[in-house]
Structures are given as C-alpha cells and as structure tokens.
Design a protein around this ligand. Structure first.
Ligand SMILES: *[C@@H]1O[C@H](CO)[C@@H](O)[C@H](O)[C@H]1NC(C)=O
Ligand SMILES: *[C@@H]1O[C@H](CO)[C@@H](O)[C@H](O)[C@H]1NC(C)=O
Ligand SMILES: *[C@@H]1O[C@H](CO)[C@@H](O)[C@H](O)[C@H]1NC(C)=O
Length: 408
C-alpha cells in the first residue's frame, strides 16, 4: 500500500500550505499566530461556502461558527455580580464589584466589543472574561453593550444602539442605581467597537442636553477610516493574520451595506481619487505623510489616484461620513473630546488609523496617551489566557487596565 503515505504527505503539505503564512521576525510566538490565523481563515472559508450553497448569509454562518457555542450565561463570582438586562431596548451585560460601598460611588467603563460590526458578543467567553478582568482590576462597574450586528442591521444602526444604551446609562437616576460616580465614566472599545466608541464620543460632545460627560475614551486598535487602504500599515500588514486588508475592506462594505464589487477599486484608493470632489479636502485630514512619524512611514509611498471611480462615492454616501470614519471629523469636534487613550499594534493594518487619530487629537489640544506595541497584532488583547496565550495579549490588556486605573 503506497497510496497511504503518499496521501498523508499530500494532506500534510496541503495543511502546511493552508497554515503557513510568512511572518516578520519581530513577532513573538509566530507559529501560534499562524495557527490562529488559519483557524480564522478556515471559519471564513466555511461560511463563504455555506453562503455560496445558499444556506445562509456568510456572516450569520461565521458568527455561528465563532461564537454560538461560546456564549456564557451571566455568572456571578465571589468578587463580581454579573447581570444581563436592557437599557432602553439595547441589551447590556453589567459587571459590578461586590463590596460594601457605605454611600461612596464607583468608577465605570462602558465597553463596546469588536468583531467587524458583524461578529462577537458581550456574552462570548473572550469578552465576558475581558470585562470581568477590567471590572475586578479597575474596581469599576463595566457595562458591556450587546448592540445589533451586520447583516441584521447596518450603519448607522450599530452607532444608534451604542448611543442609546450609553445615554440611558448616563441619566442621573440610573447612575445612582448602580452607585456610579458621574464624574468618573469612560467609554471604551476594541477594533470595530473602538470605531463605535469613538463615533459615539464625538456625538456626545454635540449633544447639549447631556448633563453627564464621559471623562475618558479608551480605544484599542480602533478602525477609524475607509478612505485610504494604502496607509503604511495597510501596505505593510496586508496579509497579516488575523485581519488582512481585503477582509477589512469586506467588513467595511458589509457595514455600510454596499457591494463587494467595489472592493478591488477601494484596494487601490479609486474611491478617493482626485476626481472625487468630496475626497480632495477630506484626504488632507488623513494625510499620513504629515500625520505619521517616520518610523511608521518607512519607505512606503502614498497612493493617490488622479482618475478613479467617482461612481462609488455617489452610491455610497457613508464613505465621507465622520460617524463611520471618526478620523475625518473636523477639528471643532475633536477639540471637545475627553482625555484619550489609543492602543496600536505594529503588525496590524489599523495601526495608522489609531496613530493618525492620536496626532489629530493632539493638534486639537486633547490630552492623549498613545501606547504602541512593537510585537502586537490585531485582536491580541483577546488572546491573553490559556490555551490561546500570547505575551503581547497579556501586556496590552494589563497596560490598558493600568491606564484606566490611573486616569479614571
Ligand atoms: C441593503 O442593501 C440591500 C441591497 O441593495 C437592500 O435591499 C436593503 O434594503 C439595504 N438595507 C438597508 C438597511 O439599507
Ligand atoms: C500631504 O502632506 C504632504 C507633506 O506635508 C504634502 O506635500 C502633500 O501635498 C499633502 N497631500 C495631500 C493630499 O494633502
Ligand atoms: C481605477 O480607476 C481607473 C480609472 O477609472 C480604472 O482604469 C481602473 O481600472 C480602476 N481600478 C480598479 C481596480 O477598479
């Protein structure tokens, strides 16, 4: 029987081909990241196949594969009381430290989970444990928002959900109910959750009838713009697990309920070429030639097309909407924002989204802390416990928590 070994060799080669991704030497634990990336790709391929067969929308399948079996009931512990409830119709999971308050008030963090506006949940193991950790270590009430996802709803519904739940929580009588100090509330989120947190923070500064203001915003490798998919970090990390450039563009197109047929044009910045009238002034707001440090720019060249695809801008008005891309908000809005924390990772297509926001906020006079992790990759903060432990995961999480402890 010689077909057995031959078949085994072929399968091993195929598996190795599937798993193997060339990764830079500055990453710790590269094999673990390759396996993690292959798991994500496998889930994506399966869901695309199910979509192709007409079984279900591929994002429903992907969400099912990635989180259905992973949703936890709210379970209190010796230190925390955990409950699920709704704030003005929007689901939330609340983590409250168990302690005698004797009339004193506590700090609070409103948390918005990531997952490309389409995946994840406040109830998955990863976000449930992250929020527990934050609540215990910062000693604060954490409100984790269960906003609705793509493809059930699209932009700007996710923002409305986060805004609605936040506004409900910020009412004096609700804060009193949870013994929360109105002066010490932060709004935070990671990845697409960082995008929603940033958008809602901007919106709150324009809402004159809000008596309570958030004290801080803390954004973890946030998504902040869809005008330039050729920033140095997009070029450098275009094939990086667990979020490559093409998948990020697809998440954007799904979020704004647009067609994948635009993806290839957007890949070469055809959607913000110089013949797109609205794009010309907006591109100055994310001009990375002037906004990024040279250690980030390296030798990458800007990609600015003189002739592109102006029809995309006509069909996709969300393209130039600062609620979708908080990085392009005007300075008058940025200067009203609270003290800010931005975490970025070197091996992440979104590194420059966060870094440009840091620079624009500083220029607008906002007090900003920028924590950059040279060995970090997109999503790493969720991989800080066994069996998926990355040292960058634990360090990003602990650094973020430390900043909250010291500043909230
Ligand atoms: C999303 O786009 C599809 C197809 O163009 C359309 O049928 C649907 O009504 C849109 N949904 C929303 C919420 O705009
Ligand atoms: C970006 O900034 C550089 C350097 O300040 C400048 O030369 C260039 O014209 C700017 N590009 C855009 C599109 O504004
Ligand atoms: C970008 O736009 C140019 C000019 O319209 C066009 O020739 C080119 O095919 C477009 N590229 C893509 C990938 O759509």
């Amino acid at each position: 029987m010689r077909t057995g070994p031959a078949l085994l060799t072929a399968l091993t080669a195929l598996a190795a081909y599937y798993v193997y991704t060339p990764l830079p030497g500055t990453l710790n634990e590269p094999w673990k990241l390759m396996l993690l990336g292959a798991t994500f790709r496998c889930a994506q391929d399966l869901s695309t196949f199910a979509h192709y067969l007409g079984l279900s929308h591929h994002l429903h399948v992907l969400n099912f594969v990635s989180s259905y079996f992973d949703k936890l009931d709210p379970e209190s512990s010796a230190n925390l009381k955990v409950t699920d409830t709704a704030f003005d119709g929007v689901g939330v999971r609340i983590f409250e430290p168990k302690k005698e308050l004797h009339g004193s008030l506590q700090r609070s963090i409103i948390y918005v989970h990531g997952g490309g506006w389409a995946l994840g949940s406040a109830r998955t193991r990863s976000y449930d444990s992250l929020c527990r950790k934050i609540s215990e270590n910062v000693d604060a009430v954490v409100v984790s928002i269960e906003y609705r996802l793509v493809p059930n709803v699209h932009f700007p519904e996710q923002i409305h959900d986060v805004y609605t739940a936040t506004k409900y929580f910020l009412q004096p009588e609700i804060l009193a109910k949870y013994s929360v100090d109105p002066q010490r509330i932060a709004l935070s989120g990671d990845s697409a959750g960082g995008n929603l947190a940033a958008a809602v923070c901007q919106q709150l500064t324009q809402d004159d009838d809000m008596t309570t203001k958030v004290k801080l915003q803390a954004l973890i490798y946030p998504v902040l713009q869809m005008l330039d998919f050729n920033t140095p970090s997009y070029q450098q990390n275009m094939n990086m697990p667990i979020l490559n450039r093409f998948v990020m563009i697809e998440f954007w197109l799904d979020y704004i309920n647009s067609s994948y047929s635009f993806a290839h044009a957007m890949l070469v910045n055809n959607h913000t070429s110089l013949d797109v009238t609205e794009a010309v002034s907006l591109r100055q707001l994310l001009n990375w030639s002037s906004l990024l440090p040279s250690s980030f720019k390296k030798n990458y060249k800007p990609l600015l097309q003189s002739i592109g695809s102006p029809s995309i801008a006509q069909e996709v008005p969300a393209l130039f909407d600062p609620r979708a891309s908080p990085l392009i908000a005007h300075k008058e809005i940025l200067r009203k924002l609270p003290k800010t924390y931005v975490l970025t990772c070197e091996h992440d297509v979104l590194r420059d989204d966060g870094t440009m926001y840091v620079k624009r906020l500083e220029e607008a006079g906002v007090d900003v802390t920028h924590d950059h992790y040279e060995d970090g990759f997109h999503g790493c903060m969720l991989f800080a416990t066994w069996p998926m432990y990355f040292s960058a995961g634990a360090r990003t999480r602990d650094g973020y928590i430390k900043w909250l402890r010291e500043n909230l």
